[in-house]
Design a protein around this ligand. Sequence first.
Ligand code: NAD
Ligand code: DAU
Length: 340
Amino acid sequence: MSTILVTGGAGFIGANFVYYLLENHPEDRVVCVDSLTYAGNLSTLRAALADSRFAFYRQDIRDRAGIEAVFQKEKPDAVVNFAAESHVDRSIDAPEIFLQTNILGAQVMMDACLAHGNVRFHQVSTDEVYGDLPLDRPDLLFREDTPLHASSPYSASKAAADLLVQAYCRTYGLAATISRCSNNYGPYQFPEKFIPLLIANCLSDKPLPIYGKGLNVRDWLYVADHCKAVDLILRRGRIGQVYNIGGHNEMRNIDIARLICRALDKPESLITYVTDRKGHDLRYAIDPEKIHTELGWSPETAFADGIRRTVDWYLANRPWWEEILSGEYRDYYRKMYDDR
Ligand code: NAD
Ligand code: DAU
């Protein structure tokens, strides 16, 4: 039996990963550390909290003493670091917290791993560390050896954390791996992100804000496929290695907006073009060959199925996201979108 410490487990992907572990590894204990920022939601973990194999700590990963206390009590065998400030638009507005949590928080977690006998560490990174690709070169994909070339304060902070993980591997022998995944979608995604924002706005007959011309391309992956990949890397990945995760599913933003209008039977006239994001990355596209060849991973959820499941989830779980929309998020939305 192993104890796996998941940071950021009250957020979107972290929570999906907690449920993945509880379902697929009945022999394991899962310990979640999350400071419950605006993006963390304890109600997401309600079912996990009822499971005796799960423990939750409201704890900031930047707080060394607090993390040390969790390590002493729980003695984790592995750490999966999802905790982060994750929204590009917020990083453009206020970068500092991104550097603190995404870089220094990761360092605190790695130091704790070293101090407790070199606990296995996995850093959940992002394809955004590679920067972007041109729209007119479909032959180009991000590979693990593509140079880091971050565009936003968010992606720069994630790239810095990746460099630090690699430095800890080489200098101190930390038993670490890194994964770089493309855009996720699925249940429990905070409605500031593109797909849940479109769904929520459609359901309220509100305009669907499309940055620029809507031609930017993202490589979408259903969240459960990401969780499975991280779990495989944690158990069978080679120490010191980076693994890209993505499912060859590139879509233009405008096409996603049209698809969601159709799925919810809403008119495309809701689509509204607004001022572009500063420094907006044009295209992301992952080459997942390494994880496929080494670990046998392939995505299992076709986009049409995943998006249907996601739309159905938001329809069936209105209280979850309506509560978010009625809180401080209202001020965020006004600041970001009014007069844009
Ligand atoms: P999210 O914003 O939904 O969740 C982040 C979680 O981290 C929240 O629960 C929040 O409370 C917690 N957190 C933030 N700061 C913390 C701190 N200082 N201490 C403890 N907890 C803290 O993010 P997400 O979309 O689930 O992303 C999770 C991870 O996956 C991030 O590292 C992100 O960079 C990476 N990632 C995300 C995507 C995506 O499409 N969403 C794709 C690739 C990689
Ligand atoms: O690629 C992985 C990354 O994907 C993760 O590392 C990030 O944590 C995650 O937030 C996501 O970043 P993006 O910036 O790609 O995701 P976002 O949902 O913010 O935007 C997706 C695309 O949609 C992007 O091209 C911007 C556009 N967009 C977004 C919003 C919120 C709009 O056109 N309108 C919007 O209102």
